[in-house]
Design a protein around this ligand. Sequence first.
Ligand code: ARG
Length: 415
Amino acid sequence: EPAAEAVVAVRAGALVDTAAGRVLNDQTILIEGERVRAVGPSGTVGIPPGAQIIDLGRATVLPGLIEAHAHLTSDPFRAGYQGLGVSAIRDALYGAKAARDTLEAGFTTVRNVGAGAYGDVALRDAINDGDIPGPRLLVSGPALGIKGGHCDNNLLAPDFNYTAEGVADGPWAARAKVREVVKYGADLIKLCATGGVLSKNTDPGVQQYTFEEMQAIVEEAHKLGRKVAAHAHGTEGIKQAIRAGVDSIEHASLIDAEGMRLARQKGTALVMDIYVDEFILAEGERAGILPESLEKERKVGQLQRDNFRRALAAGDRIVFGTDAGVYPHGTNAKQFAYMIQYGMTPMQAIQAATVNAAELLGWQDKVGSITPGKYADLIAVETDPLKDVSALTRVSFVMKGGRVVKSAAPSAPVG
Ligand code: ARG
């Protein structure tokens, strides 16, 4: 006979129902083991004897937040040449700290889109094995890209003969690379469709992978049950990636009206990191970001924010993702304020980081709302996030899979 699973009842003054887009008052969430068993108005949900009661008072409870674009193994203060002396093992250990900081900030699920030496796979497995605290992770392993492109590393002279692990040129080599990263544990595929801001000698506006290469990657990835996230800033690269069938466009900075329409037609999500510009321009130089990258950021940053507003108005599906790792881990929720400044309601921004993100990850049955059968991943904030989303930068309570990770208030067992 297996021991009965622990039962916990969480009382919430208010609960954000992300699936329906409404707020409910005085709710009780009944949790059995790692899953939600029931949720409803307090008084209507039967609490079995011996259950632990966690009374969160007047706090607002939300499902754990989802970050769809992070690099947990990247230290923002070791950018550019400063990162060249850091081993992959050191990066992975740094990732353990970043994972804890991100979880304690209320992000109970993270999609990691690019890491060297499968440090992200190791991190995911260490978290799942219970060795270290961290969010649920979906990881890509090394990002696929062309030689010399954004997903290569172009800092060293040819004498050092270095090429990043994810580089694969030509449709068949790219297909083989998908098979390789899946072999070593990737949950999804990341590819670079255009140049980028933080890479040496690439242009964000210029397409890198060809349509044929992207089509091969998408076909192989989907066949193997993996989604594809495409880094793309440039107008044409965005459209070609969408036509090739990628599941999300990352950054989407220079997307035009046709790209927005294509994204709606194909159901492609846009993951637009509209906070990070702030950090890059304020701290980038000190962090080691190359002068040419700072120059590129000054060109795309504001255009990306303006296009966020347009894509939102056009009805595109926007998912919360921030590029944490370029800026400090655990401060991800700073982006919510920008999403409201550029047109979202607080509820839309919360949905972008919960239900809509869960759908992009293919985890709509596991996370994204407080629903019977899903994981008991909950957070609480002391002030109303629908009045002021900055509340989400001050998370007071975090539960992952029924276990309290962070708590300001003491909880009382009842006999
Ligand atoms: N990793 C991205 C790149 O190097 C960062 C872009 C940041 N800038 C922005 N405005 N979102 O291209």
